[in-house]
Design a binder for this molecule. Structure first.
Ligand code: NAI
Ligand code: MG
Length: 356
């Protein structure tokens, strides 16, 4: 089986962690007998902007649409241009144009990575965030500017299609996992229209997935429970805002925010999904071969899972755990207390993967 992958390294450490992760992906392809046909793109970077006056070419959609997935590094260089120009001109265009309505972020306890919790238990959860509507809209406005009656209104939009499709994805994912447990983030005790609607759609979808155990929790209590009993969660689904908050909180609990990966997914597969590390372009450490490649490697695992290569995805995460768990300073990057480099850590994971 062969998959076509568009590779967009972008800015800063994106150009270092992407090639490092690609060698791990190549090793996985070798071991599990599939092929990745990659094509490199230089757009969605500030260098491209300097040369062409825009972040991406006018026909970017036509160029990227034929691919099975997009492997994305990071974009942004605040010294050269404001983030709203670089990010809105690239990544956010892809999310919107390709209707990547599902934002997926997995969090697990990785041995050897310092966890801020004293007694964390076995944390292994996935946050599913609605990525296209909800609280993040441009609907609303300001009235009575600069008077003492000044007011501003910001609407929340929930469509039946938009809510149902993210819930269906979350239920399907929960049904595929051993615990078959879904937690829905709500706030229907305070937000009186949209959140009760969300809850009613959860109840309706639940009837179609009798195997999945569903809990509904208010976002405030849910945040508290993430801290006090994180190991009791499996799949957690939330609106755009609630999902955004939870998807930073979850990896922070395991100490792995810098090692986390995220997928911007179109589950209908009409468009290529975008896989990236959670961190940004980290210009303070760029060009020194010291960036930790694990977030990008895990993004690669997430991409393989989406493409249907589950065994390869599991093997990559297992290899990462083995390398981080043995804590050899010569292999680990500085942020993990090691003396190694981007290359040495990626090579260690590659070797572990091929020797398993
Ligand atoms: P950042 O994530 O790039 O860096 C934050 C801090 O974490 C820095 O001190 C950095 O050195 C460290 N760090 C990040 N990744 C690391 C890694 N792999 N290994 C070791 N240390 C790492 O966030 P920051 O500085 O706020 O943003 C820099 C640029 O990246 C901005 O232009 C921002 O908009 C952009 N950005 C882009 C994202 C994307 O492409 N999806 C996501 C987040 C930020
Ligand atoms: Mg966020």
């Amino acid at each position: 089986k062969q998959y076509r992958v568009a590779v967009i390294p972008g800015d800063g450490i994106g150009r270092e962690v992407v090639p490092a992760a690609l060698r791990v992906l190549a090793a996985a392809a070798k071991r599990f007998s599939f092929a990745l046909a990659t094509s490199d793109f230089d757009f969605a970077s500030c260098d491209y902007y300097d040369k062409h006056g825009s972040m991406m070419p006018a026909d970017w959609e036509k160029q990227l649409r034929p691919f099975d997935a997009i492997f994305f590094g990071a974009v942004g260089d605040p010294r050269r241009m404001p983030d709203h120009v670089s990010l809105w001109g690239s990544l956010l265009q892809m999310r919107r144009t390709f209707d990547l309505y599902c934002n997926l972020r997995g969090t697990r306890l990785i041995p050897g990575v310092p966890c801020p919790l004293r007694d964390p238990g076995k944390i292994d959860m996935v946050i599913v965030r609605e990525n296209t509507e909800g609280e993040y809209t441009e609907m609303g406005g300001k009235l009575f500017h600069d008077t003492d009656r000044e007011m501003v209104v910001q609407e929340t939009v929930m469509t039946r299609q938009g809510v149902d499709r993210i819930l269906e994805y979350a239920f399907t994912l929960a049904a595929s996992r051993p615990a078959k447990h879904l937690t829905s983030a709500t706030k229907s005790n305070g937000i009186a229209l949209t959140m009760p609607y969300w809850d009613s759609r959860v109840a309706a979808m639940s009837a179609r997935f009798p195997d999945v155990r569903v809990d509904s929790m208010h976002i405030d209590a849910l945040c508290a429970a993430f801290v006090s009993r994180p190991a009791s969660f499996d799949v957690v689904v939330g609106s755009n805002l609630f999902g955004d908050i939870l998807s930073d909180l979850a990896p922070a609990l395991t100490g792995s925010l810098g090692l986390a990966a995220s997928g911007n997914i179109d589950p209908t597969r009409r468009s290529p999904s975008v896989f990236e590390a959670v961190h940004g372009s980290a210009l303070d450490i760029a060009g020194k071969n010291v960036a930790n490649p694990v977030g990008q490697i895990e993004a690669g695992a997430l991409m393989l899972r989406h493409l249907g290569e589950e065994a390869a995805a599991d093997a990559i995460s297992k290899a990462v755990d083995a390398v981080l768990g043995r804590g050899d300073a010569a292999e680990l990057t500085r942020d993990l207390g090691g003396k190694g480099s981007t290359t040495s850590l990626a090579e260690a994971v590659e070797k572990e993967l091929l020797s398993a």
